[in-house]
Ligand binder design. Structure first.
Ligand SMILES: Cc1cc2nc3c(=O)[nH]c(=O)nc-3n(C[C@H](O)[C@H](O)[C@H](O)COP(=O)(O)OP(=O)(O)OC[C@H]3O[C@@H](n4cnc5c(N)ncnc54)[C@H](O)[C@@H]3O)c2cc1C
Ligand code: SF4
Length: 509
């Protein structure tokens, strides 16, 4: 992808659209808009990843935070009294570069409280799967939503650790199916996946993961998208109700920049987008402004580790290959939500396990790493209005107000998680695990919902086309717009939804 040629402070004024953020929401919007002939600028605070050996080094990526940015979030969670700073990773392509590639669709019942239906998304899911090169098998998922086409390609055979889980779950009478994955297993014209064990949470050193820089952004650039990495957006300036100018700082030079646009598309993620909107005073301008930053969801995820009497993955092979939806509808009538899903996930390296193990257990944890195998539980969570993004008075290195995140799980969230943990424990035991242990997840990797879409400004921040109520020329197209978190990973839905609302952005006003 071409690098910047002009100083940010000297960009020509007046683009048809400026997009803030290069994750799923930003990249898919960008592609749709440039294909329609619009002149589009994408501003992304992160830089392209290096794609060198260190990108597969667990110590560098998971412990030293190789791509952590300089702007912290102040996060208060799990009953803590005070927030603690966390420095999120940032890079061109957003979290797609680190993600696990699991590409699941929501189910029709998941969107019953959204202002759109599953049918409104279906064609866009198909295109998003195609653009992301998703490999999957139709007809295996017991709760598979309707599909108009089959997947473009099938995933590779199960590796040994995945086979172990498949057999155990099948013995229990459940129906594990192949996780649809956005990974290049088949296209010989570029690097193909070598099934390594440093995928989820890591950039792919050989660019075989179909992250956005390898797929959608590359395509968008060929159609004219201009991308400026290292551009840190502070706020949006308004003329009356109309979003007009995006302001920020060039991270390399420290110079400030201003870019004018007919359309401003905010796609900075469920924590970043509300921060930009609040810094811009949108909560005061918009008729749905009270909803900005509220209803933060993140899934109630957990990892369940089984310790086996044998080495579980001596060849260190990739095995994020299976998913179970058997329990998806088990609490719908009682709690009004899905339960969620159970998925295969890798076991981190010994030094990472030892780092996160409780004091006194570090050496033992490292020694037993090779006998461990994990399952990931992705449980739906409730959108509590006090789970939210606000601004602190503190400023970061760029002079921008730092966001504060407050989040607590409800009893119902923990019930859904523990229900799935119970099922995952049975699978690991059936597969031969002697003991199991649950770990909470404290990242906001599945952050969603902080600018929900809805039918009216009294109940939502955005309309059904992701326009900010009561403003002109302003959309939010990332995971912020979700009304419910559902029980599956969110990226494919963010992508499909961005394609869905693109015609409204093109129409402008
Ligand atoms: C380790 C990991 C594994 C995951 N695995 C999966 C998976 O297997 N399947 C799945 O569906 N989902 C997965 N997810 C979640 C998925 O990656 C996210 O849901 C998705 O990337 C969110 O897309 P987005 O467009 O909302 O935001 P993001 O991907 O967060 O993109 C937002 C972008 O905006 C940029 N930005 C923020 N603030 C500013 C600013 N002020 N100025 C300029 N730029 C800014 C950020 O740097 C970022 O690049 C995973 C996430 C992680 C971290
Ligand atoms: S498993 Fe495949 S796609 Fe993932 S990092 Fe390894 S080579 Fe890349």
């Amino acid at each position: 992808m071409p690098g910047p040629t002009q100083r940010l402070s000297e960009l020509p004024i007046a683009y048809d659209a400026v997009i803030i953020g290069s994750g799923f929401g930003g990249a898919f919007s960008a592609l749709a808009l440039v294909e329609a002939g619009l002149r589009v600028l994408m501003l992304e605070r992160g830089l392209p990843v290096a794609r060198d050996e260190d990108d597969w080094d667990p110590r560098k990526i998971l412990l030293e935070g190789r791509y952590a940015g300089p702007s912290p979030l102040q996060i208060r969670q799990y009953g803590a009294r005070q927030p603690a700073p966390i420095y999120p990773m940032q890079m061109l392509g957003g979290n797609s570069v680190l993600y696990g590639g699991a590409s699941l669709r929501l189910r029709p019942r998941d969107v019953e409280t959204w202002p759109i239906s599953y049918d409104d998304l279906e064609a866009h899911y198909t295109r998003a799967e195609d653009l992301l090169g998703v490999h999957g098998l139709q007809g295996e998922d017991p709760y598979e939503p309707p599909r108009s086409t089959a997947y473009g390609a099938a995933p590779p055979e199960l590796t040994a650790p995945a086979k172990r889980i498949h057999e155990a779950a099948t013995d229990l009478g459940w129906r594990p199916f192949r996780l649809p994955m956005a990974i290049n297993f088949t296209d010989e014209s570029r690097s193909r996946c070598v099934l390594c064990n440093t995928c989820d949470g890591f950039p792919c050193r050989i660019e075989a993961k179909n992250d956005l820089t390898a797929t959608v952004l590359r395509l968008a650039v060929t159609s004219g998208l201009e991308i400026r990495p290292g551009a840190v957006v502070g706020n949006i300036e308004f003329t009356g109700q109309r979003a007009r100018v995006v302001e920020g700082i060039d991270a390399a030079s420290g110079e400030s920049f201003r870019v004018e646009a007919d359309r401003v598309v905010v796609a900075a993620g469920a924590l970043g987008s509300p921060a930009i909107l609040l810094r811009s005073g949108v909560h005061e301008i918009s008729s749905g402004g009270d909803w900005i930053g509220r209803r933060l969801m993140r899934h109630c995820n957990a990892v369940l580790t089984g310790v086996f009497p044998f080495a579980t993955n001596p060849e260190q092979l990739f095995h994020k290959q299976l998913c179970l939806t058997d329990f998806y509808e088990d609490v719908r009538e009682e709690l009004g939500t899905s339960v969620g899903t159970i998925q295969d996930i890798y076991t981190p390296s010994a030094d990472v396990i030892s780092h996160f193990a409780p004091f006194g257990l570090k050496t033992a944890a490292a020694r037993f790493t090779r006998y461990m195998q994990n399952l990931l539980v992705v449980a739906e969570d409730d959108p509590g209005s006090e789970n939210r993004v606000t601004l602190t008075a503190e400023r970061d290195a760029y002079g921008h107000q730092i966001a504060r995140i407050d989040h607590e799980y409800t009893d119902a969230d923990l019930r859904r998680r523990d229900y799935l943990v119970g099922k995952a424990r049975r699978i690991l035991r059936q597969a031969g695990a002697w003991i199991t242990r649950r770990h909470e997840i404290d990242s906001f990797s599945h952050g969603l919902g902080t600018a929900l879409m809805g039918e009216s400004p009294s109940s939502s921040a955005l309309d059904a086309n992701c326009r900010v109520w009561g403003t002109a020329g302003l959309w939010v197209v990332d995971g912020s717009c979700f009304v419910t978190s559902a029980g599956v990973n969110p990226s494919l839905t963010i992508a499909a939804n961005a394609l869905r609302v693109a015609p409204d952005i093109m129409a402008g006003q």
